[in-house]
Design a protein around this ligand. Structure first.
Ligand code: FAD
Length: 462
């Protein structure tokens, strides 16, 4: 009887514990289920199309194929297991509450039908329950959590891709239920907004490793000092590849750790990869994190309703150049630099006093790395309602942030060309340029001092 390898957020052949398990059991059927009950953002859909095509291509090169089904997850997995006469279904774990519920139900249903079901750790450095305080409780603060992770030593070395796996022949009657990536309508039709995404990204495992190798060879040196500068190509750009599992965090860890334990750049980079694990562990332990404030006192926050201001923020037309540059980078490329993500999130939740969930939803729709753990975790962190959050009174001033992290204005000039002619002293505050202030660029939509005072007053009243 064949084993079904059920791919989800682990679209790779290398360091894939579930796939190794499946191959060790004999012939393998590779499955992906696209379930409308697990909605994806527009940019993620675009990525998924390329990701499924790449995985199918890689499997075909080994003599196999990817069986893609569309519909209810539970029903699809059970149907395929019955039709192929599978003896087992294996997968790598997910950590969000809905996904875990589905996995638990599928496992029980398979076992009730006499089909073995086995889940593996494949998407994190360590499983959430493996890193606990002395009392056995979840950590609520990153630094002690990270110390506990480091005390465990390096994560297990990555597994090689299976050598000469044997694939089961998929019977023709099953073919009727299988679809191609193109049938899933994941790509935008009209308007085709994905031009910038195509120019910047290539989904798939091969592209992930090319990016990782280039980062280790060229960019990791200097990461600690350059990573905050959005005009520099100083970060890895691995986030969508980690999001879709084209590369595993263990592979990233071991590629970078070889640079030497005392190396400040690699240590800084690995701690960022650690934040990804911490966000996932927090979602596992606090399953309401995606929608509910981790600090319940924020339930009474008097968030404003202001669709005009929200639209200006989304479109990059707030009149604050660093905000507008970030929001336009996001729209064009599906990605935004981390420092700028923090600044635009602070501006939305503090100066505009709009609910972090509104910003999170926009990011979820437009980021290629949109992630059910990292996205709400970081939004709550910036808004002040996260566990280990920045204090609410720390309000980023977008002019000062621009001057500090984009001192020559290169990032702003790239994404906000209508003010590119301004001298550096006005590039982050164009309204000060007087008569040479550009006509087409909007005036600031909120007064910084007034917005800040309003936010602090709301916070004090909680
Ligand atoms: P690098 O600097 O090269 O870091 C390497 C890897 O570490 C990243 O690929 C990512 O997997 C991980 N990482 C780095 N910083 C963080 C962090 N703060 N939290 C969690 N993981 C981190 N990241 C996502 O992957 N998905 C999201 O949906 C997401 N939403 C965010 C929303 C807000 C408001 C903010 C402030 C940050 C968000 N981040 C998110 C975190 C971070 O901005 C991105 O991971 C990072 O910019 C990706 O670029 P990179 O791969 O070049 O990062």
């Amino acid at each position: 009887a064949p084993t079904i390898m059920w791919f989800r957020d682990d679209l790779r052949l290398g360091d894939n514990p579930a796939l190794c398990d499946a191959v060790s059991r004999g012939r393998v059927v590779c499955l992906y289920v696209h379930d409308p009950a697990f909605p994806l953002g527009g940019a993620e859909k675009w990525w998924l199309h390329g990701a499924l095509s790449a995985l199918d291509h890689d499997l075909r090169a080994q003599g196999g194929r990817l069986c893609i089904m569309a519909g209810d997850t539970h029903e699809s997995v059970l149907w395929l297991a019955a039709r192929t006469g599978a003896g087992a279904v294996v997968w790598n774990r997910r950590y969000g509450p809905r996904a875990r519920q589905v996995d638990t139900d599928v496992k029980a249903a398979l076992k009730a039908r006499g089909v073995d079901a086995h889940s593996h750790p494949g998407n994190m450095l360590h499983e959430p329950w493996q890193v606990r305080t002395k009392q056995g409780t979840p950590f609520r603060v990153f630094t002690p959590w990270w110390r506990a992770v480091q005390a465990k030593g390096p994560p297990l070395p990555p597994l090689p891709a299976p050598d000469q796996p044997a694939f089961a022949v998929v019977p023709p009657e099953i073919g009727d239920r299988l679809v191609r990536p193109a049938d899933l309508a994941l790509l935008p039709v009209r308007p085709d907004w994905a031009q910038g995404l195509r120019a910047q990204w290539q989904p798939g495992e091969a592209a992930a490793h090319a990016r990782l190798d280039a980062f280790v060879a060229e960019r990791v040196h200097g990461y600690a000092t350059q990573r905050e500068l959005p005009a520099q190509p100083a970060t890895s750009g691995l986030s969508p590849y980690l999001r879709f599992g084209h590369v595993s965090p263990r592979q990233v860890w071991h590629a970078v750790e070889t640079l030497g334990p005392g190396d400040q750049d690699s240590a800084c980079f690995l701690s960022e990869v650690g934040w990804r694990d911490f966000a996932h562990a927090t979602l596992f332990d606090f399953p309401g994190m995606g929608t509910g404030n981790l600090r319940p006192e924020y339930d009474n926050m008097p968030w404003r309703h202001d669709p005009v201001a929200l639209r200006a923020w989304q479109k990059g037309k707030t009149g604050y150049p660093i905000i507008d540059a970030g929001m336009r980078e996001l729209w064009h490329t599906g990605w935004m630099h981390n420092r700028v993500r923090m600044v635009v999130a602070s501006f939305l939740t503090k100066h505009l006093l709009l609910d972090w969930r509104v910003g999170e939803a926009w990011f979820a729709d437009t980021l290629v790395d949109a992630d059910a753990a990292s996205n709400p975790f970081n939004w709550q962190w910036v808004a002040g309602c996260g566990l280990d959050a920045a204090p609410y009174f720390r309000v980023f001033n977008p002019v000062a942030q621009g001057e500090k992290f984009d001192p020559a204005g290169d990032y702003v000039r790239k994404w906000v060309p209508e003010i590119a002619h301004l001298p550096n002293k006005y590039i982050h505050a164009p309204w000060k340029a007087g008569p040479s202030a550009p006509g087409g660029y909007p005036a600031p939509i909120v007064d910084l001092a007034g917005g800040r005072a309003r936010a602090l007053a709301a916070w004090k009243a909680l």
